[in-house]
Design a protein around this ligand. Structure first.
Ligand SMILES: [Zn+2]
Length: 273
């Protein structure tokens, strides 16, 4: 049995593609994955999204051109967390008293998110990062030689300077995945629904491939406002989920949530040997 980590909350939000958010103090610009609010238009939707168009270090990218070197292993220390599942329909802002800087970087909608509040960390590139949340994309956002995987997991972390590190894991069609099954079972179908389940625990370690070699590069968030300065590690090996599970996730989401790959410009992609 895994030790209980009582203080860790896991929150799910299941959200919709193009959403006009309820009037708050500031009215966020609506964006989505299709048509007039889709990824090709993000940079035109508002001045706060200009990086989506003009940024020189945007994500995702195609990972074909990489340089093999001896990168340090990422040290994962993820803890078990009980499920506290919420579908709040549009945003994560009610969930945690986060700083404005961190909050502004969260995916606001169009994603299904598991939110962590503390204790799970990684040591990456000489820095300690705290896990904030993870979520999934259908299909994958990063590509290898222009090839998409069926899905991609993003584990989003930040360090004490509020710099972000995202670990990405490709998901290929294969064996049934028990962890992903628990996730699918707990994702509430209705907006506003909350599910508390203290019988089930999750540990994101179960979502990592056995071999921990990875691609590393500097990029951005893949959702508006496309903030840069994000260090990415894309795990070389995919994990497996069944065709049926992929289909269920797609149905749950109701749309694709993928941003097209962005130009590399002057960046290098490093790959551990
Ligand atoms: Zn993502």
């Amino acid at each position: 049995m895994r030790p209980l980590m009582r203080n860790i909350l896991v929150l799910f939000t299941l959200t919709l593609p193009v959403l006009t958010l309820h009037a708050a103090e500031s009215e966020p610009t609506p964006w989505g994955y299709e048509g007039a609010h889709g990824p090709l238009q993000w940079g035109n939707l508002g001045p706060e999204f200009s990086l989506c168009d003009k940024g020189m270090s945007q994500s995702p990218i195609d990972l074909l051109r990489s340089h093999k070197i001896g990168l340090d292993d990422i040290q994962f220390s993820y803890k078990d967390a009980p499920f506290h599942v919420i579908n709040n329909g549009h945003t994560l802002q009610e969930l945690e008293p986060l700083s404005e800087t961190v909050k502004s970087r969260y995916p606001k909608h169009g994603q299904t998110v598991v939110h962590f509040d503390k204790d799970s960390t990684i040591m990456f590139d000489g820095d300690l990062y705290l896990l904030e949340q993870f979520h999934f994309h259908y299909p994958s956002e990063h590509t290898v030689d222009q090839r998409h995987y069926p899905m991609e997991l993003h584990l989003v972390h930040h360090n004490e300077r509020h710099e972000a590190a995202v670990i990405a894991v490709f998901m290929e069609e294969g064996k049934h995945n028990p962890f992903f099954e628990t996730f699918l079972e707990h994702a509430p179908a209705k907006i506003g629904e909350v599910i508390d389940d203290h019988e089930h625990f999750v540990n994101p370690n179960d979502l990592l491939p056995k071999r921990r070699s990875y691609y590393r590069y500097f990029g951005s968030y893949t959702t508006p406002p496309c903030h840069e300065g994000v260090i990415w590690a894309v795990m070389h090996d995919p994990i497996q989920v069944s065709a049926e599970q992929i289909q269920r996730f797609r149905t749950l989401l109701g749309h694709n949530n993928v941003r097209p790959t962005q130009p590399l410009h002057k960046r290098f992609v490093l790959e551990s040997q």
